[in-house]
Design a protein around this ligand. Structure first.
Ligand code: PDD
Length: 278
């Protein structure tokens, strides 16, 4: 497949970066994962706004405009093998002698973009939902930055994999944060609950979207601190990410969530989500 690297479109197996790239050495970079339906990026404006926020948070000035990122992603979508694809964009602080402080003068950032087939969750997967375990959130305190420093996420996801489940619901000081690569939602007495947007979670592109879809579906929505006890007593748990879209969580630590079936609030939200992407 063809990837974009620093201004060139090259074969993935021929794309090369320096061993001194700060992304490799320090995890000093940010990324985005953008889904495309029918060769159109979904919620591109929101993704580009989040990218700018991430870049600003790590003080990385790329000199590129929003239009540059939009054009690059569309080009990768056009070159993708499938009509539905996801675009991966990563930007690092570039190549320099290994020193923690930013290079002086600044060096050109490394810009990498690839695409992959986006296999949407099937009807069967939507009914089966996903299974999760609970675990401590051991990540740093800037989870709002979409940073490529993902060791905490990787280790959490690996624990889930070794336990044979799909995701981990993380708790910090007994409050729900999010999954290792997804946002988590709780339904109680017909209200959709999400953790407050702050530095402890990544604001998924679906975070704002689900709030809007809930309103459209007549489902009350509230963002507030959610305790561990509330998660374990939830009527429904939902999970969202670019690749999962929205799915029901039907098993938590080996026990069914609610009655173990996709619930009514999930179905309402899912119906609205399907309208958005059709
Ligand atoms: N992950 N929280 C974390 C920690 C994430 O890594 C992601 C996305 C989300 C959901 O964000 P969005 O709705 O914008 O996909 C929440 C991507 C898909 C990944 O790392 O592969």
């Amino acid at each position: 497949s063809i990837v974009y690297l620093n201004g060139e479109y090259v074969r993935a197996d021929e794309a090369k970066i320096s061993v001194f790239d700060r992304g490799f050495i320090f995890g000093d970079g940010v990324y985005e994962v953008v889904p495309a339906y029918n060769r159109k990026p979904f919620r591109l404006t929101e993704h580009l706004q989040r990218l700018e926020r991430s870049l600003q948070s790590i003080k990385l000035a790329t000199g590129k405009t929003t239009q540059f990122w939009a054009d690059l992603m569309q080009e990768m979508i056009n070159r993708a093998k499938t009509d539905d694809s996801f675009i991966y964009l990563q930007i690092t602080r570039g190549v320099a002698k290994r020193e923690h402080i930013f290079p002086v003068p600044p060096v050109a950032p490394t810009i990498f973009c690839s695409s992959g087939p986006f296999i949407r969750p099937t009807a069967e997967q939507r009914e089966r939902g996903i299974r999760v375990i609970s675990g401590p959130d051991e990540r740093w305190l800037h989870c709002d930055i979409k940073s490529v420093s993902l060791l905490g996420n990787v280790l959490a996801r690996q624990v889930a994999a070794e336990r044979g489940v799909d995701e981990v619901i993380q708790f910090r000081n007994d409050f729900l944060t999010e999954g290792s690569l997804s946002n988590m939602w709780v339904v109680k007495d017909g209200t959709l609950l999400a953790p407050i947007k702050n530095h402890l979670i990544l604001e998924g592109i679906r975070y704002g979207l689900l709030a809007t879809l809930a309103e459209r579906a007549g489902v009350p929505f509230e963002a507030r601190n959610i305790t561990r006890a509330e998660v374990f007593a939830a009527d429904e748990i939902l999970v969202t990410s670019a690749t999962k879209e929205v799915l029901p969580v039907l098993e938590l630590d080996g026990a069914p969530v609610g009655n173990g079936q996709p619930g009514p609030i999930y179905r309402k939200i899912r119906a609205e989500y399907d309208k958005e992407i059709s």
